[in-house]
Write a protein that binds this ligand. Structure first.
Ligand code: SF4
Ligand code: SF4
Length: 134
């Protein structure tokens, strides 16, 4: 495999273990994402925010449930088709572009991530995913 032919799917394949949905993830949700999730769940906006969000500064983030998982996790992500961009892109996130060693750190708790690619290959794939999602 040449360096340029490496695709995001070569670096990561989700095992659906749910570990990344555990703990306080600080998952930001945008206004549009809230609208989409509310449509999907058939909930009023205020009800969704009251039941499923907590504030981080002045921005809503998805709350953590009593079982330690994201409140929207129930063996699977219950809003999978409309989950926030941060979740859709994971683990191809901006932080990797700031410091590619974050990839290795994240991989320690994500069995779906491979660590046998160079920082440049990882960054190129992160850019590819982020550019597609903009
Ligand atoms: S920790 Fe990794 S493999 Fe497990 S569900 Fe999250 S992204 Fe998928
Ligand atoms: S919204 Fe879904 S994918 Fe994102 S942290 Fe919650 S359960 Fe996981």
């Amino acid at each position: 495999m040449t360096s340029d032919s490496v695709r995001p799917g070569d670096l990561f394949s989700c095992r659906c273990c749910g570990d990344c949905c555990k703990g306080y993830g600080g998952t930001y949700i945008t206004e549009n994402e809230i609208d989409n999730i509310c449509r999907y769940l058939g909930l009023e906006r205020n009800t969704f925010i009251r039941r499923y969000c907590q504030m981080s500064g002045d921005r809503p983030v998805v709350a953590q449930g009593l079982n330690g998982y994201c409140i929207l996790w129930d063996k699977v992500c219950t809003i999978h088709p409309v989950k926030p961009r941060m979740c859709k892109n994971w683990p191809f996130i901006e932080n990797i572009l700031v410091d590619a060693t974050n990839w290795q750190a994240m991989a320690a708790s994500c069995p779906g991530m491979r660590t046998d690619f160079s920082h440049n290959q990882v960054k190129r794939c992160v850019n590819e995913v982020l550019n597609k999602s903009r």
